[in-house]
Write a protein of this length. Structure first.
Lengths: 208, 208
DNA sequence: TACAACTATTCAATCGATTGATTAATTTTG
DNA sequence: CAAAATTAATCAATCGATTGAATAGTTGTA
């Protein structure tokens, strides 16, 4: 027999609707209808529509930093650390591009300052960890001296770009991001590209 | 005496509000109030709220392709062409990051299919032009063979990333994207980074 | 065990406010 | 005067939220 968990049902439906229609574009009535719950359940469990949004974000954000920190403390070379971080980051985002779209979208709004700060801070933490890895690599002479923050923008921007508009990669081909096999291929290609890019770009030029 | 152009006032106010609050988050009453026009003027001139949105997009999109095509036909080396395109693209987007945010935001929604297609097609055209430049460079042996589409995602993603979250670059410094001088510095840094990245990444490795 | 007290969950109905849009009347302009 | 531009007033629809009541499940008590 099915475990009726309205709370989870609401979160699931809300995440899907927020992803498709945006926060403002989604009504609490839609969430209720799609989740099979009564409208009041939304306020009963989460206090408000914004409460639902916050809950979704909180659940997703949590865990991001730990994984990252763990890698940064591994016994690996600077390049290995960096590539591992990038691989994890890319995989995580590409596996749930809809959510990433939503976060991106709602975060470019000046609205919802509380959540805005929460996510911003979480992201800032991630940035610092990655920045440190590259800085250490440069100091150790393993990497060329580069504009570290711009390079991070490049890595994150590439991943984000592929997640948000995969058509840039697939158009004119038979690839379809909605097919699991193709999606895996694209993720693989993205990671391979970033590894190649970072390796070529950061490896010191010995013959000059 | 001032030329009273309500139509232009409405467009101006709407673009600012859409940028700050999103399409769904902006009401026609706000647009009217901010532009100093009566609510009915919106429907009188543009038919509907969506009409206003479309008008804004149309005006902005137009002109993008021409500039690009013009460069691609210049008498330049492949690398010079590519760098010029990137510089133009970065400057254009960074000079109006709010608009870019809005386009990004509303385009990741499954809503408004008509505008969606319009912008998508315009962007697809831009992609093809850039792809051709790189392809020709590779064929001519001026560039290393790389994953061209992923590289384009990297370039566009970097620019987009800096435009959308400049704090990634400025945090912990005295730089402020809202100050014109700093903004110019950041644009300069972005372009320099991309030029360095592309040069290092695409230049064939001669010693192997 | 049995019955009362209590808590958590669910519901239909409805709140006042706001939404995008339209109307009909008025003013401005040429 | 006639057309274009502008206005206030109003439309039905929908918004997020709340209400008070009903139901189900748990706990306390004797």
């Amino acid at each position: 027999m099915e475990k009726a968990d309205k709370k989870a049902d609401i979160l699931e439906a809300a995440e899907r609707l927020f992803t498709e229609l945006g926060y403002e574009g989604t009504s609490t009535r839609q969430i209720a209808k799609e989740s099979g719950a009564n409208m009041s359940m939304i306020n009963y469990y989460f206090g408000s529509k914004e409460g639902v949004f916050m809950e979704i974000m909180s659940k997703r954000i949590f865990g991001f930093n730990e994984q990252l920190l763990s890698i940064s403390q591994d016994k690996l070379s600077h390049m290995e650390k960096l590539l591992k971080v990038v691989e994890n980051y890319a995989t995580r985002i590409l596996c749930n591009p809809g959510l990433h779209k939503m976060m991106h979208r709602e975060l470019t709004l000046s609205q919802r300052p509380e959540m805005f700060l929460k996510v911003k801070n979480s992201m800032a933490n991630n940035l610092v960890v990655i920045e440190n890895i590259i800085d250490e690599g440069i100091e150790a002479g393993d990497f060329r001296p580069v504009d570290v923050r711009m390079l991070i923008a490049t890595v994150m921007g590439t991943i984000s770009n592929v997640a948000i508009s995969p058509a840039k990669i697939t158009y004119g081909t038979t690839l379809d991001i909605n097919i699991e096999e193709d999606k895996a291929l694209i993720i693989e290609r993205l990671i391979a590209h970033l590894k190649d890019l970072l390796t070529v770009y950061l490896t010191p030029n010995n013959d000059k």
